[in-house]
Structures are given as C-alpha cells and as structure tokens.
Ligand binder design. Structure first.
Ligand SMILES: [Zn+2]
Ligand SMILES: [Zn+2]
Length: 203
C-alpha cells in the first residue's frame, strides 16, 4: 500500500480496525488488545500517543473503540446516534460479546452530526452498518469506517445495521468524486470512486 501526504494510515492488526491520523486526531483505535503494535506504528510516524488530542470513532463497534482507553489525554467524538451505545457499560450494539472482551473506556465528549468539521474533513452520516456510522470527507479523501471497503466490500448489517439505510448511505457516497478511499479494514486505494461503484452494485 502507498503513503498519503495528509493522513497517516495504519493497517489494523488482527481484529483491529485501521487507524488514521491527521492534525493530532486519531480516527478509530482498534480493539485495544494490540497496544504495543499501535503505539509502535504511531511512533514510527513521529506521533506520540500522549499528544493525540481527539479520537474520532467512525462507529460504536468494539474493534473501532476498544483502544480509546490507550489515549487518556484525548477527547472522544462519535456520532450522536452511536454515542449512547458506547456509553453503556454493556451493549449488544458494540459487538463486544463477539470478541469475548470488555470495553475499558466509555466516555463520549463530543456528539457529532452531519457536516461537523474535523480538521479539513467534514462528517457525513452514513447509517446502515450502525445507526451512527460516519464517513469523513475532505473533497478528495474519504475515511469510510465500516460502511464500504475496497474491492466492493460493504459493512455487515446484522449488528445494529439496516439495509435501507445502507442503500441510502452508499448512494450518498456514490455522488462524491472520491480519490482516496480509506476504509475501516483492509487495504486503502487511490481509485475510490470505482471501488464505491462496485460496492453499490454489490448491494
Ligand atoms: Zn470494524
Ligand atoms: Zn463495525
């Protein structure tokens, strides 16, 4: 995979989501199980974990929020429709039971909504995988969480998701001229538009 100029991309280890970093902001923190790996990858890119000021969770699933506790200096932002699921000590909607783990940090500081700004990115609400799933879009790059993946992948809809919502969300993404697609799992691509068209045709 290739490097981007404005975003540091870290491919998740095992079940961990991918993590993306820009402007002292970390998007998704993985499961939290692979602390050494994530810290090392950040440090390789001259990022001190303690300097991260904001975590943005693309949605409330354990494999994206489980590592929030690794960054105690950072505030946590998540879409308002996923916020209470993360706040709950145990909630089926986090999918934590699938991993036989527990979530160690539940606090939410900022509830996001459509068009909120995160650095140069804006929030696009894309429910379908979870009610409060978001993508981040800067006019060229889309950080897509588990809404869509490269090579026509689509997030599963059986843990808090919904097919009709997913259809609308992918339609929304299809209208964007996406170059870089940075998904929640697997490889990223510089042919985002084509990959999303493939996801739409697979739905
Ligand atoms: Zn995931
Ligand atoms: Zn997910």
């Amino acid at each position: 995979m290739f490097d981007l100029e404005n975003v540091v991309c870290i491919e998740g280890l095992g079940y961990d989501s991918n993590s993306y970093f820009f402007d002292d902001i970390l998007v998704d923190t993985g499961t939290g199980i692979n602390q050494d790996f994530l810290y090392r990858k950040l440090k390789e890119n001259d990022i001190e974990p303690g300097d991260i000021s904001l975590i943005v969770n693309t949605h409330c699933h354990f494999d994206h929020v489980g590592g929030n506790y690794l960054f105690p200096n950072a505030k946590v932002a998540i879409h308002k429709d996923d916020a209470n699921t993360l706040r709950d000590d145990y909630n089926y909607g986090t999918a934590v039971d699938m991993f036989s783990q527990s979530i160690k940090r539940h606090d939410v500081d900022i509830e996001l909504k459509e068009n909120d700004k995160i650095g140069n990115f804006k929030v696009i609400h894309t429910p379908g995988h979870t009610p409060g799933g978001i993508c981040l879009w800067d006019g060229e790059t889309l950080i897509s969480g588990d809404t869509v993946f490269a090579n026509g992948g689509i997030g599963r809809m059986d843990i808090g998701g919904n097919y009709e919502d997913m259809k609308k969300s992918i339609d929304k993404l299809k209208s964007l001229d996406i170059k870089y697609l940075l998904p929640g799992h697997g490889s990223w691509t510089d042919k985002g538009r084509e990959h999303i068209a493939l996801s739409a045709s697979n739905l």
